[in-house]
Design a protein around this ligand. Structure first.
Ligand SMILES: [Zn+2]
Length: 309
C-alpha cells in the first residue's frame, strides 16, 4: 500500500518527468481510481493531464483543492521540495529550499514551506487520545535575527500523550498569553473530548471540565525544577524542541517562522519511529493532497501581523 522511494537514487529514477509525478499523485489521491465529483468513475486523461469525466464532462486536475492548486511550477519541483523537507534531519529553511530548487525569490520558497506546513498538521483531525499532559513553556531567541539575549521569547503550549512512561503523539502551538482564552481553544483542537488532560494547577485550565474533558491536576509547589518531574513528557518535548531549534537555526528563528517550525517539529516527532525517510515524504504528499489550498494572500497577512509585533 505505502508506495514511496527509499533513497535519493530511487527518487530520481522514479520521478524523471511531469507525467510520472502526476501519475504518482493521482494514485495517492485516488487509490481506488479516479472518481469525478459527480460520482462517475469513467474518465479519460487529456493531453494536458486532466481527468475528463465521461458522464458530466467536467475536467479535474490532480492538484485541484490541494496545496498544489494553481501552482505554475512543475510538480517535479513540488515533489523535490517535499523530499527535501522530509529527508532533512535538521529541518528545512526557506533559503535552503530556494537554493535547492533555484526558485526566483525567497518569498516563493517561504510560501511553499508554509503550504507544506498546512499539510504537516491537519487541524481538527486525529486529535490526541487517552491521558495527555499539557503545559506552557517559553522558547527563546524568537523575534530577533541574532543576539539571542535581546530577542523576545515566545510562549508556546504543548500537549503530549502519556504512553506508559513514554510519549505518544504531540501537538503544540504558539499562544499570545497563558489565559484560558488562549489555552482552551488549543486543548479543543488538539485533544478529543472525554479524554484525560493532565496539567498543573494554573487557572488557565479551569474550563476543561465544563468543556467535556476529564481533568487531572498535579499541583506544583516549590521550585520550578519540579515541573519537569510532574509533567515530564511535555518538558522532554520542549527540551528536544529547543535543542532542534538551536541546532538547526542557531536559535535565530524569526517570529514569522516559528509556527512553521513548531508544525515541522511536530510532524517529525510524531513519525519518529518511521524507519524510512521515504515514508515521511509519502505521508506529506498524501496529506498535501488532502487539505484545502492556502491562498498566498492569507499567508502574507500572517507574516505582516507577526512582523508588526
Ligand atoms: Zn463527472
Amino acid at each position: 500500500m505505502d508506495d514511496y522511494p527509499r533513497t535519493v537514487a530511487e527518487f530520481e529514477a522514479r520521478f524523471p518527468t511531469e507525467e510520472a509525478c502526476r501519475a504518482y499523485l493521482c494514485r495517492l489521491r485516488w487509490p481506488d481510481g479516479f472518481r469525478c465529483r459527480c460520482g462517475e468513475a469513467n474518465a479519460w486523461l487529456t493531453a494536458r493531464g486532466l481527468w475528463q469525466c465521461t458522464a458530466c464532462g467536467a475536467q479535474t486536475s490532480v492538484t485541484a483543492g490541494t496545496v498544489f492548486q494553481d501552482t505554475r511550477k512543475p510538480l517535479r519541483l513540488w515533489l523535490h521540495a517535499m523530499w527535501w523537507v522530509t529527508s532533512q534531519k535538521t529541518g528545512a529553511s526557506a533559503l535552503g529550499l530556494q537554493r535547492l530548487l533555484g526558485l526566483g525569490s525567497y518569498e516563493t520558497a517561504w510560501g511553499w514551506l508554509h503550504k507544506l506546513r498546512r499539510a504537516m498538521v491537519r487541524p481538527g483531525r486525529d486529535r490526541l487520545l487517552g491521558r495527555v499532559e499539557v503545559d506552557e513553556s517559553f522558547v527563546g531567541g524568537v523575534g530577533g535575527a541574532r543576539g539571542r539575549s535581546t530577542a523576545k521569547k515566545a510562549l508556546i503550549v504543548v500537549a503530549a500523550e502519556e504512553v506508559g512512561p513514554g510519549i505518544g503523539r504531540i501537538r503544540m502551538r504558539r499562544i499570545p498569553d497563558a489565559s484560558a482564552d488562549s489555552l482552551q481553544p488549543f486543548v479543543e483542537e488538539a485533544i478529543a473530548p472525554g479524554n484525560v488532560v493532565h496539567t498543573d494547577g494554573w487557572h488557565g485550565y479551569d474550563r476543561l471540565k465544563a468543556n467535556g474533558y476529564r481533568h487531572r491536576v498535579t499541583l506544583l509547589r516549590g521550585q520550578h525544577a519540579l515541573a519537569s518531574k510532574r509533567l515530564p513528557r511535555v518538558h522532554r518535548v520542549v527540551s528536544l524542541l529547543k535543542r532542534w531549534l538551536l541546532g538547526t537555526h542557531q536559535g535565530a528563528v524569526t517570529s514569522a517562522h516559528l509556527d512553521y517550525y513548531l508544525d515541522e517539529f511536530t510532524f517529525r516527532f510524531n513519525r519518529r519511529t518511521s524507519r524510512h525517510p521515504g515514508k515521511l515524504f509519502f505521508r506529506l504528499a498524501q496529506q498535501a493532497l488532502a487539505v484545502e489550498p492556502a491562498p498566498y494572500t492569507s499567508l502574507v497577512k500572517h507574516v505582516r501581523r507577526h512582523r508588526n509585533r
